[in-house]
Unconditional design. Sequence first.
Length: 150
Amino acid sequence: METTTIKCPNCGKTNRVPAVAAGTPRCGNCHTPLPWIVAAGDDDFTEVTEKSSVPVLVDLWATWCRPCVLVSPALEQLATERAGRLKLVKVDVDAAPRTAERFVVRAVPTLLILDHGAVLARQAGAAPMPELRRWLDHNLSDRAEKDVSA
């Protein structure tokens, strides 16, 4: 399983973050929650997403897609703002065709919010940061309300 290096937004130290973990990543130096941003492919997508202890924002993108490249920093910012509460998983659809087929991806970027593998929300196409933030917060608040009522 791969690891990603993430710079702590609080103290600036570089940390290795695993793609799969029992909890959520924290800085080894200051113990602040770290943004959980990882890549996944066909072989590890299920494990990376379904074993997550927090909701997963999946970015199904392609290297040749200009809107995908433009929206990526906004998604990383959202993951940073929600460190410890969200995992961002980036999937290159050209390198992971089975995953793209599983979710019937017809346009990139396609964004999904998953909770233990279940699709909570889906959005195709790039959007500005305020719209992405609203979409994410709305769908995550729906999940929180369902958890409270259960």
